[in-house]
Design a protein around this ligand. Structure first.
Ligand code: AMP
Ligand code: MG
Length: 393
């Protein structure tokens, strides 16, 4: 059993970079920038009025109230042909170029209100760096600096293989002893969220030959993710099947809760993750390790989710001897981040996990943390979509 940090280091050390490709700006959201982007312009590109008002020489209005002669008008998109002489004013709209000679735009309230050429960005400045995951704000920057096309890391292809005799499809009502396959859907969604393209290999029963047949296909993708069949049970067959294909196993157990049985291996440039079948274990280990690999393949600098310090609203326990990741709802209150640990029945309780917007982390050597204590928390991908308000239900 190896520590979480060491496991992540091993994963990243074995993660190849995929080549870059060119995409249109309209396709770039969520992709990872593969080049430094420089501005082709000064921003603002001209002395711009920040207000609707009158362009004036500030000296002319120092003795306000004053009467100035309004000699013209400039709208956004026009360029003034004439400057401002003493005693004159030109009406300007927000976004309009300010006429030469003007030192202020006089709105209803005082202030200069002129955004001078190049005060935000100079032509040639790097505005976005290689390795950045593109969000809507960066899409706006790309448009402003004229990048209608840009280079991004290729999307990895992820094959998702689900194992388990007990599994039925989402459309079925499970018979006695059966459950629905939730991991196949959740893990595919996580892979897509990390920018990957997903190849579904379906659900196979716990039979070595059936698993092997699917693994053969899966190894042709950039990443093969297998759900289930990696623990110590008599029908946990994933490891021996991977051995048949000469997948080099780099670890098979990580000191993490949920999710200790976690298999990671590599064959050529293909990475293989064998995730534990319990739904929360599968999702948490995917998020910490497989997601990091998928982002790194695309060239991302940041591959782990943000960690913040929270104050625990209730005590939590960790008798696992492993680093625990406990579902919590984090909110900002009274000037600090407060975490409310969520009631969870454990690593199968995917409903509790889905209510969480963060995971409180308790070190392996600690058996408990008390209410009022501070602890690190990993903010989950839904963090910005959840207000952390208590769930009433
Ligand atoms: P395993 O890792 O195969 O031993 O499975 C551990 C637990 O996770 C068992 O209770 C399984 O029934 C459950 N499980 C395995 N695969 C899935 C899946 N695809 N969706 C939901 N639960 C699963
Ligand atoms: Mg199983």
């Amino acid at each position: 059993m190896i520590p979480v940090e060491e496991a992540l280091e091993i994963v990243l050390a074995h993660t190849p970079s995929l080549p870059a490709e060119e995409v249109l700006l309209t396709e770039a959201l969520g992709r990872v920038l593969a080049e430094d982007v420089r501005s082709d312009l000064d921003l603002p590109p001209f002395d711009r009025s920040a207000m609707d008002g009158y362009a004036v020489r500030a000296g002319d209005t120092s003795g306000a109230p004053v009467v100035l002669d309004v000699i013209g008008q400039v709208r956004a998109g026009q360029f003034p042909e004439r400057g401002i002489e003493p005693g004159k004013a030109i009406q300007v709209m927000t976004g309009a170029p300010v006429p030469a000679g003007a030192t202020a735009v006089q709105p209803v309230e005082p202030g200069a209100h002129i955004a001078r050429l190049g005060t935000e960005v100079r032509a040639g400045d790097v505005v976005l760096e290689r390795g950045l995951s593109l969000d809507p704000a960066s899409i706006g920057v790309l448009a402003a600096v004229g990048k209608g096309r840009l280079r991004v890391g290729r999307r990895p292809e992820v094959a998702v293989l689900v194992t388990g005799d007990e599994l039925v499809d989402v459309w079925e009502r499970p018979g006695p002893g059966r459950i629905r396959n939730s991991n196949g859907f959740a893990v595919a969604a996580q892979a897509r969220w990390a920018g990957a393209q997903v190849r579904e290999l379906g659900v196979v029963p716990d039979q070595a030959d059936k698993i092997a047949e699917a693994v053969r296909w899966g190894l042709e993708s950039d990443v093969l993710v297998i759900s289930g069949g990696v623990s110590e049970g008599a029908y946990d067959l994933v490891e021996p099947v991977l051995a048949r294909f000469d997948v080099g196993l780099l670890f098979t157990k990580v000191a993490i809760k949920p999710g200790a049985p976690l298999v990671f291996g590599r064959r050529g440039d293909t990475l293989v993750f064998g995730l534990p079948g319990n739904p929360v274990s599968a999702q948490v280990t995917f998020d910490l390790f497989a997601r990091a690999a998928l982002l790194r393949m695309q060239g991302a600098k940041t591959v782990s989710r943000p960690v913040v310090e929270v104050e625990l609203e209730d005590g939590v326990k960790n008798r696992s001897g492993r680093k625990a990741h406990l579902p919590a709802s984090v909110r900002f209150e009274g000037g600090r981040l407060v975490a409310r640990p969520l009631r969870s029945m454990g690593s199968a309780d995917l409903v509790a996990h889905a209510r969480a917007n963060a995971l409180v982390v308790i070190d392996a050597d600690r058996t408990a943390a008390q209410a009022g204590e501070r602890a690190p928390a990993i903010l989950l991908g839904n963090f910005l979509e959840r207000d952390g308000a208590p769930f009433e239900g």
